[in-house]
Write a protein that binds this ligand. Sequence first.
Ligand code: SF4
Length: 291
Amino acid sequence: MISFEPISLLQRNWLQEIGVDRSLLMRLPLQDSVASAGVQQPLAVQPVHSGSTSPAPSKETAMQAREKALALIRPRRAQQAAAEPMPSAPVLRKSTLDLRVLAADLSGLQEQITVCDGCELHEGRALTVFGRGAEQQPDWLVVGEAPGSSDDRSGHAFDGQAGELLQSMLNSVLPEASFYFTHLVKCRPLGNRPPKQEELDACRRFLDKQIDILQPKRILAVGQLAARVFAQHEQALETMRGQVLRYEGPDQRTYPLVLSYHPAALLLRPQFKVHAWRDLLMMRELQQKIH
Ligand code: SF4
């Protein structure tokens, strides 16, 4: 049980002004001179200078009252602080995952990516977007630039309208083929800007490891940036597409490579669909040649 010294009316007003709980104020005894005068003591905030019928307290008196009031509640606050347990630091799951050595299987690699903060893209992502599809030697590894807003919300690569368009185009020409879909980077750049070079570099080891684990039979890179990364050439997509290229993977294997338009670009510019259709026919021809 904590006992308090009697306080003056002025002290009580100070305590109320600085936010002391009303129920506590009601429990604080008033000095005899105040209580015996029968003064009604409203708990509404009172101005320090309270009117013409009673002399206004000097500034020094008010300050003294404030200091005394604070002195009254300080021990109580100290007791409260001592009684409250210190919040424990959040346990970061990241500390249990070592990203220096990448997992040798897709599920382990995906788990590592969910806690990756290897570039600034981690700050704006809702979900990491690892990849989806056939996980054992897919006929085609389809690689885009970066997750879009639908991907970011669902965590699935090539989600949304653009993904549906790509899927229906692939299904119409290559109904028997298996696909795995992923991106150069696994976190969405805010505002759908292209990933910066340092972000591509930071995320590259995850893509390389995916290719190493998946061992796809062929690669389709969609969009300007993915085309440049896989073709290792700075030319425009329009110049590079329309032919089967070769991509030398991180595992020293060589993959047949086709470049084409990103489905989001086809939604914006339907006139490119005729070229994309030719790319698909080339993919079918390639698949028939190399099983
Ligand atoms: Fe890590 Fe890649 Fe995401 Fe950057 S984009 S935070 S490197 S997973």
